[in-house]
Design a protein around this ligand. Structure first.
Ligand code: AKG
Length: 263
């Protein structure tokens, strides 16, 4: 599918799937590294219905290894994200979600439902799910209510709605509007469904994970310029995020701060 077709589908249904978007060798490397992180952090299943009980999540992945730095800058995804929420988006959060065997379906929700704006509103969040394993209707593929990003409200907690499973081969990426109603599926199989939730927000709003404190500065210094800006070490429209009218990137580098002119 062309970029324009993905954009049209994202606008119409609130989601689209970019098939075969990244190499399987990269999926394998990510799975191996997530297994290492799980061992090292001792991270176990969640403790509530929203995060699940047999679902392991590891947050703040940009702080946890070079490998993860390739994820936020995926060209096709970024083009779709910018088409959805505008230029200069920010990384909102980067985490893994491994839905274990026996997990129940996550309650349907919208990822922007904590934002106190009347709905429907312009798109302010655009999120993605990288399939590191196949996503099937049986193993917990994300369930989506197509078109619900245009609804005048969020879903009622615990109510059932007609959903479509975002079935995709490993190596594919689901891209969805932050207003679309969705949730992880139930896993009735014997193996895990593993994805990376790579989430973006508009460049003028607060990120879900605090990237500037959550990522050690020596790690952020090693980021490519594009990733620094995405992580919030930059300015939105030459003003939002400034420090004494200078970009935070100057402080990150320890160079002499250069004054910028706001729009
Ligand atoms: O794991 C999934 O497929 C979706 C997870 C999700 O929507 C969330 O945790 O907000």
């Amino acid at each position: 599918m062309s970029l324009a077709e993905h954009q049209a589908r994202l606008a119409e249904d609130g989601f689209t799937i970019v098939e075969d978007a990244f190499p399987l060798a990269f999926a394998d490397a990510l799975l191996a590294d997530l297994a290492r992180l799980e061992r090292e952090t001792g991270e176990g299943g969640g403790k509530n219905f929203f995060e699940g009980f047999s679902t392991v999540r590891i947050y703040n992945l940009l702080a946890r290894g070079k490998l993860y730095e390739e994820i936020p800058v995926h060209d096709t995804v970024l083009a779709l994200v910018e088409g959805c929420i505008g230029k200069s988006p920010l990384v909102s959060s980067v985490s893994s979600i491994a839905i274990g065997p026996g997990e129940g379906a996550q309650p349907l929700h919208a990822d922007d439902q904590l934002i106190p704006l009347p709905k429907p509103h312009v798109s302010i969040i655009c999120n993605t799910m990288w399939a590191l394993t196949d996503f099937t209707a049986d193993n917990g593929a994300t369930r989506i209510v197509p078109g619900s990003h245009r609804a005048p409200a969020n879903p009622e907690l615990g109510r059932d709605y007609a959903t479509r499973a975002a079935v995709m081969r490993r190596g594919s990426i689901l891209v969805f509007d932050g207003s679309v109603w969705h949730g992880g599926g139930a896993n009735g199989t014997e193996s895990r469904r593993v994805g990376i939730a790579m989430n973006y927000c508009a460049g003028w709003m607060r990120q879900q994970e605090n990237q500037q404190l959550g990522i050690p500065l020596e790690v952020a210094r090693g980021f490519a310029p594009k990733l620094r800006k995405l992580a919030g070490f930059g300015l939105y429209r030459n003003l939002i995020g400034h420090i004494d009218k200078c970009s935070p990137v100057d402080l990150l580098d320890g160079t002499a701060p250069r004054r910028v002119v706001g729009e």
